[in-house]
Design a binder for this molecule. Structure first.
Ligand SMILES: [Zn+2]
Length: 128
């Protein structure tokens, strides 16, 4: 049974600075990546979990996240579209579902190397 209001917890989080990201304007920023389970990604995409802090909500896309005040209703879809990066193919214009498929392929590759679980991969800007 899915508990929609529980927070989305990253399976793994990289330290800030491990990953460099190029913004559309060409500037380079360093970020931490967060890896969520497929279920949690589904809940984030459905608006039940905050894309920024993972806080869970009973109602999808509330006006503001209880945890971090992120304006989920107005900005979460846009935020995901902008920041969801299933793979290292930064700045691609393909849609999120395609990214999820690509992420699954990357994860399968990594799984062979790490012999761990096989999470769907997402990475979003680090906290602050
Ligand atoms: Zn939040």
């Amino acid at each position: 049974m899915t508990h929609w209001s529980k927070p989305a917890l990253p399976i793994e989080t990289e330290e800030a600075g491990e990953t460099l990201y190029m913004r559309p304007d060409g500037s380079i920023i360093s970020q931490s990546r967060r890896f969520y389970s497929e279920e949690d990604i589904g809940r984030i995409r459905a608006g039940y979990c905050c894309a920024k802090c993972g806080e869970g909500h009973d109602i999808p896309f509330p006006a503001a996240c209880f945890g971090c005040k992120f304006p989920m209703h107005d900005l979460q879809a846009e935020y995901l579209a902008k920041w969801y990066q299933g793979t290292v193919r930064l700045g691609s214009q393909i849609n999120v579902d395609d990214e999820l498929e690509e992420a699954a392929r990357v994860v399968e590759f990594e799984r062979r190397q790490r012999d761990g679980t096989s999470p769907t991969q997402i990475w979003l800007p680090g906290g602050d």
